[in-house]
Design a protein. Structure first.
Length: 126
C-alpha cells in the first residue's frame, strides 16, 4: 500500500510540475486553458511567477514527499490545494456556477484526496 500511495503522490507531483512548467514557458497559452489572459508584459510575468510558483511548489513538495516517504512534506501541497478548492467554493457562492466550474474542482479534490490518503499512509507506515 505504501508503494502505491507514493506512486499516486508522485503522479500528483508530476501533474503539478507539468502545469507549472507550462505556465513558466507559455503563460499565455496555458492561461487560455484556465480562462485567463495576460495584460501586457507584466501580466505574462505575473502568470509565470504566480501560477508557476503555485504549481511547481506543489510539485516539489509532493515529489519530495513521495521520494523520501515523508508525510510532513505533503502538508504544503495539501494546504495550497485546500485553499484553492475552498476559494472555488467561495466563487460559486458569490458568482454562481457555470459548467466550466466543476472540472477543476474535481481535479483538485482528487489530488487533495490522494495527498491526504498518502499523508496518512506515510505517517502510519502501512
Amino acid at each position: 500500500m505504501r508503494k502505491a500511495m507514493r506512486g499516486g503522490i508522485a503522479l500528483v507531483g508530476l501533474f503539478n510540475l507539468a502545469l507549472g512548467l507550462g505556465f513558466l514557458l507559455d503563460p499565455a497559452g496555458f492561461g487560455a486553458k484556465f480562462f485567463l489572459a495576460p495584460l501586457g508584459l507584466q501580466g505574462l510575468s505575473t502568470m509565470r511567477a504566480d501560477f508557476g510558483a503555485l504549481f511547481i511548489g506543489n510539485a516539489a513538495f509532493a515529489l519530495l514527499g513521495a521520494w523520501r516517504g515523508r508525510a510532513d512534506l505533503l502538508t504544503i501541497p495539501i494546504t495550497l490545494l485546500g485553499i484553492a478548492l475552498a476559494a472555488r467554493v467561495v466563487s460559486l457562492a458569490l458568482d454562481g456556477a457555470s459548467p466550466d466550474a466543476f472540472p477543476p474542482m474535481l481535479v483538485e479534490a482528487v489530488m487533495l484526496a490522494i495527498l491526504i490518503a498518502g499523508r496518512r499512509t506515510l505517517r502510519t507506515g502501512s
